[in-house]
Design a protein around this ligand. Structure first.
Ligand code: NAP
Length: 290
């Protein structure tokens, strides 16, 4: 997401100073203060996080430092200087259980009930970051994009390379192409928005639904894929974690953001097509595999 945001801010002619992890550790307060003092930004965007679900379960201290304490420190120092801060939460703050009531997509004001270390730290971050009125907090879900490390980001390559693919199935959620998400984020920053915003394409999907659609779209474009077989394995089995759980349902209600965007977010299947366009451009070695 960070890379897409950098590109989108630049495309809209904002002056951007961006840092990879090796250039600025968000936990390094001295380095952070130096950047704030030297560059005097109007807006700080923190897209850095410790996202690997199982690693967060294994190393709660590291997750706390990167996913909670560091962003809260940035929130404090930015507020002191009148700098607006953009932060990212997650759909994993929810448990997917609606107390026997009809299941419906999660809204911004719904109460967090996390089932994992990562989810707990994101949930606490949201609550505490909301205390600063100018903070802009996005709650994305299942991000995919060129250079990403999630299953969805890696999927085109897997379909080109592997004969057989196991896909974790049985989770319903929302998803987001980082390129489409970045456009929405920059628009809201430009408009001076604050508060919490769900950020995803409209429409619900599952990892197996996404994988099938991705394979179908590449086949429709005429590509010869190596992958002949996709096996759907229940996610509780394939991604079993001894401690944390992923929510079985984390579809986000995107009515709030769709109601204000000049160009509302497209349906997730179109987001996937946008991703494939970018992915094929970034990976030209696959572009002639017909
Ligand atoms: N990916 C999803 O499906 C998803 C879903 C919901 C919410 N989110 C949230 O959305 C935001 C963007 O996610 P993303 O998918 O773009 O994540 P990502 O691809 O994992 O990128 C996170 C980046 O943060 C860097 N980083 C980790 N620790 C750091 C530190 N201490 N200082 C500086 N940089 C550090 C990582 O560097 P290394 O690669 O070197 O570790 C990585 O480049 C995150 O807040 C994430 O929690 C993501």
């Amino acid at each position: 997401m960070g890379r897409y945001l950098e590109k989108e801010f630049r495309a809209r002619r904002h002056e951007v100073l961006s840092f990879r992890r090796q250039e600025l550790d968000i936990c390094d307060r001295g380095a952070g203060l130096k950047v704030l003092e030297e560059f005097r930004p109007e807006v700080v965007v923190n897209a850095a996080a410790f996202c690997n679900f199982d690693s967060c379960e294994r190393d709660e201290g590291k997750s706390r430092r990167i996913n909670l304490e560091a962003p809260l420190w940035w929130s404090e120092v930015c507020a002191e200087r009148g700098v607006r801060l953009v932060l990212f939460s997650s759909d994993y703050i929810f448990d997917g259980i609606f107390d026997g009531k009809r299941v419906r997509p999660y809204r911004e004001e719904d109460e967090a009930k996390p089932l994992s270390v990562y989810g707990r730290h994101k949930a606490e971050l949201e609550v505490r970051a909301r205390e600063v009125a100018s903070n802009l907090i996005f709650r994305p879900s299942w991000i995919f994009g060129v250079g990403g490390k999630t299953f969805m980001s890696l999927l085109p390559r897997l379909l080109f390379e592997l004969k057989r693919l196991e896909v974790a199935s049985g989770k319903l959620g929302s998803c987001l192409h980082a390129g489409d998400g970045a456009r929405a984020v920059v628009e809201l920053v430009e408009r001076g928005a604050s508060g919490v915003w769900n950020l995803a394409h409209p429409g619900e999907t599952s990892w197996e639904g996404f994988a099938a659609e991705c394979r179908g779209e590449l086949a429709r474009r005429g590509f010869a894929l190596v992958c002949q077989e996709m096996e759907f394995v229940p996610y509780e089995f394939l991604l079993r974690s001894p401690s944390g759980k992923r929510p079985a349902y984390s579809v986000l209600d995107v009515g709030k953001i769709q109601g204000v965007l000049k160009e509302p977010l497209v349906d997730w299947k179109e987001g996937l097509r946008n991703f494939l366009d970018c992915w094929l451009k970034a990976n030209p070695e696959y572009a002639d595999r017909f």
